[in-house]
Design a protein around this ligand. Structure first.
Ligand SMILES: [Cu+2]
Length: 69
């Protein structure tokens, strides 16, 4: 299991937070997702045998959010 975190400066409310959490969780190989609204960041625990951090990042970008690391 590995952990990656991304900064998502355009997260502004709990609806964004919930949506991002659900979308990331729907990917294969994702163990846990926690979004912190205060720091506008997301922490993802994932299985590196199933998915990599770039794919997770791309998922967030595909939802229309800018990701800075
Ligand atoms: Cu929002």
């Amino acid at each position: 299991m590995e952990t990656v975190s991304f900064n998502i400066p355009s997260i502004s409310c709990s609806a964004c937070s919930r949506k991002i959490q659900e979308e990331i969780k729907s990917l294969q190989g994702i163990e846990n997702v926690s979004v912190d609204l205060k720091t506008q960041s997301v922490n993802v625990d994932y299985d590196p045998g199933s998915i990599n951090s770039q794919e997770i990042k791309n998922k967030i970008i595909s939802m229309g959010y800018e990701v800075t690391q």
